[in-house]
Design a protein around this ligand. Structure first.
Ligand SMILES: Cc1ncc(COP(=O)(O)O)c(C=O)c1O
Length: 310
């Protein structure tokens, strides 16, 4: 846990980018693969298939590399260039869809491609982060780490996409310390918390479907951040705390500030931010000022990334 400077709260950050493959998705990937093996659904000849262009694909690919398992990520043209190069280096094979679906994006094409591949491949295993409860179970360990690190903890701010992190952390922490408040952080245009759908150009946070596993989460409050505020949050995290992190980290940083500007607390509370990944994958987007200007001009006019989960 890193102590951050802040006047309103005793603020801490859990730097999940120190995990083995560089993000908190290592926890989800490990849990999904481990349980697949334990239940006999994955053996040495299984082909593991997943729809992911982001951190989950990198995490599964890394684990499969160690275990000498075949992993095929299904990606689309919105993928970050460095991620594509890395996936090509460490995966068994990479399948890249190119046809847009009826919404104009690639998500539905990716999902139907994965389903077809799973049907047509003998001894295949579909790693489904949205539906597999082993996704959130992978975060119980993080919940335990948090509980043992703090004598007193009042708030945890967690960005939501597949909802694995918030579901697992909230279940595990609340079981041991029910008074800790869990604050979910989402982006405008994501439908997870009932907001109207809108094209999104920020990756790594939000979803265009409500993740089925989230029904197990225990969430006290939700903050919806604008896409412009997420960019601002990333720069503030960099300039105020010297932390170079991804979009969802900027989102939780700005969301915590917004939260405490709206909620009066008598004592200085202790808050924890979960920071899922580093900023390198966002150098051409969030951290590129020209891209930011271009996006604000295009804002609401579509032609923007959708569901690229970093
Ligand atoms: C960049 C990023 N943001 C947010 C999250 C949390 O997302 P989820 O709700 O999918 O667990 C993750 C998970 O690893 C992530 O990699």
């Amino acid at each position: 846990m890193k102590h951050l400077s802040n006047e309103t709260t005793h603020l801490y950050a859990k730097l999940e980018y120190y995990n083995f493959s560089g993000s908190s998705k290592d926890r989800a990937a490990y849990s999904i693969i481990y349980n697949g093996i334990k239940k006999g659904k994955i053996d040495q000849d299984t082909t593991i298939i997943a729809s992911s262009s982001g951190n989950l694909a990198i995490a599964i690919a890394s684990i499969c590399k160690i275990l000498k398992l075949k992993f095929v990520p299904v990606i689309d043209p919105n993928i970050n260039c460095d991620y594509e190069t890395l996936l090509n280096l460490i995966s068994y094979k990479v399948v890249k869809v190119t046809e847009r679906d009826k919404t104009g994006g690639f998500l539905l094409t990716r999902i139907s491609t994965v389903n077809q591949m799973c049907l047509n491949t003998a001894n295949s295993f579909c790693a489904d982060q949205y539906g597999d409860p082993n996704n959130y179970r992978g975060y119980y360990g993080l919940g335990n780490e948090i509980v043992s690190a703090f004598d007193k903890l009042d708030y945890i701010f967690i960005a939501v996409s597949s909802s694995g992190a918030i579901t697992g952390i909230s279940k595990s922490v609340k079981r041991q310390k029910p008074d800790v408040k869990i604050i979910g952080v989402d982006v405008e245009g994501s439908v997870i918390f009932g907001q109207p759908p809108m094209k999104r150009f920020i990756s790594g946070i939000g979803a265009s479907q409500v993740p089925p596993i989230m029904s197990n989460a225990i969430i006290d409050d939700v903050i919806i951040t604008s896409q412009a505020d997420i960019i601002k949050g990333c720069f503030e995290l960099l300039n105020e705390q010297a932390i170079f992190a991804g979009a969802s980290s900027g989102a939780v940083y700005i969301a915590s500030k917004t939260y405490f500007s709206q909620h009066y607390t008598a004592d200085k509370p202790t808050s924890l931010l979960i920071l899922p990944d580093k900023g390198y994958a966002y150098l051409d987007t969030i951290y590129n000022k020209e891209w930011g200007i271009e996006m604000s001009n295009k804002f609401n006019k579509s032609q923007i990334l959708e569901d690229v989960e970093l």
